[in-house]
Design a protein around this ligand. Structure first.
Ligand code: NAI
Ligand code: MG
Length: 374
């Protein structure tokens, strides 16, 4: 089967790591031979924005609907806000679940001493609500200039029963299909008495459907940061709001060794529209153009994309279960890619952020070679 993928490389190292991911994916499909990937590329960069006044051209986001998946590098550059581009994609394409797995890959050292000794302690999936909450964009600033001393700005979070219920159900399903079968829900309901309280209530409602199948508990977000550092092995699947999960997943990435290795999937679990896969890091202006960006987060995101496409018959709501009919051995291909990434890192072919000396190209070539071997 052939899958049509559209790439949005974006800015800075987003371009380098997208090139690297396409190279690795091409090698992967050639090696397995049971599925084909066809790539289109669109230039929705900050440079484009400066020249033409937009990231995506009019109708551009709707044009993504004809693809099977979207592969995204990173968008944003000092002086321009990438929010204008990413948020419309997520909302237009119903990508309400943002899934961020975190593990300590071989050859990577966690700053947590317990995890440095036993890397298997840290094995999490953070499920981030991706469509509402604190990033709804509602609010305003008043007055703007005349009475600057009295300026008031509001930032309104919007939570809906529909939005909360669907992310809770997705999180429980994710937890159910993981070895530890544990879900921790994060809010700040002791201080924020409306939206967070509704989150808590709906969590316990949905939890009843999973009683005896998934162990679950609730944390306040501040205490959660402490638990992630002090008792990483007590956590497995984590569900949190747009803002909280954004912050917790950067912490998770740092605890796993480097922001350069962490992947994320923006999923439309209904599979009506294409889902989008991207490393969690940004365009890294400080190292852009030097050829030293870590491509591992991009490769891991690519593996997650393959896993998602494997279930493209819609049989599974959850990342990484089984191949749907007629898709070939795609779960096997995703596993192969992860194994290749791990082997290459273990052999010491690593970029500087992981304490190595290799370039983006050297890591990419090594992973391609390893795919042929494993
Ligand atoms: P960043 O993730 O681009 O960089 C943070 C630090 O991590 C930098 O020191 C960078 O060199 C390092 N780093 C990041 N990825 C790396 C990799 N693959 N290999 C080695 N080192 C890596 O975050 P920052 O600096 O806050 O943002 C830069 C721009 O990127 C901003 O315009 C921001 O809006 C945008 N951004 C875009 C995102 C996206 O497209 N989803 C996500 C985060 C930021
Ligand atoms: Mg972030």
């Amino acid at each position: 089967r052939t899958f049509n993928i559209v790439c949005i490389p974006g800015d800075g190292i987003g371009v380098d790591i997208t090139d690297a991911a396409v190279q690795v994916l091409t090698k992967l499909s050639a090696t397995f031979g049971t599925f084909t990937l066809k790539f289109d590329t669109v230039d929705w960069s900050s440079k484009n924005y400066k020249q033409r006044g937009y990231y995506a051209p009019p109708g551009g986001v709707d044009g993504l609907k004809k693809y099977d998946a979207i592969y995204f590098g990173a968008v944003g550059w000092p002086g321009s806000s990438s929010r204008h581009m990413i948020l419309p994609i997520r909302t237009t394409l119903n990508q309400y679940a943002n899934v961020r797995p975190t593990r300590i890959l071989p050859g990577t050292v966690s700053p947590l001493s317990a995890c440095a000794a036993d890397p298997s302690l840290l094995d999490w999936v953070i499920v981030r609500e991706n469509s509402e909450g604190e990033y709804s964009g509602h609010g305003g600033t008043t007055p703007s200039t005349a009475h600057a001393a009295h300026t008031v700005a509001t930032e309104v979070s919007i939570f809906t029963r529909t939005g909360i219920e669907r992310i809770m159900r997705f999180a429980f399903e994710t937890a159910l299909h993981r070895p530890r079968r544990r879900l921790t829900m994060v809010t700040k309901s002791n201080a924020q008495r409306h939206g967070m309280v509704l989150w808590d209530a709906i969590f316990y409602e949905v939890a009843r459907e999973y009683d005896g199948r998934v162990a679950y508990d609730k944390m306040l977000v501040d205490a959660m940061t402490v638990r992630m550092v002090n008792r990483p092995g007590s956590l497995d699947t984590i569900v949190a709001t747009n803002l909280h999960a954004d912050i917790l997943s950067d912490l998770a990435a740092a605890l796993s060794g480097s922001i350069g290795i962490a992947p994320s999937s923006n999923l439309d679990p209904t599979r009506q529209f294409p889902s989008m896969f991207e490393p969690i890091h940004g365009s890294a202006p400080d190292i852009a153009g030097q050829g030293i960006a870590n491509p591992v987060g991009a490769f891991w995101s690519a593996a997650e994309m393959i896993r998602w496409l494997a279930g493209s018959d819609g049989a599974s709501n959850v990342v990484g279960l089984v191949d749907g009919p007629g898709v070939g051995n795609m779960v096997g291909a995703a596993d192969c890619l992860m194994k290749a990434i791990a082997n290459v890192a273990e052999n010491g072919v690593k970029t500087r952020d992981l304490g190595g000396k290799s370039t983006t190209k050297e890591v990419t070539d090594a992973v391609c070679e390893e795919i042929g071997r494993v």
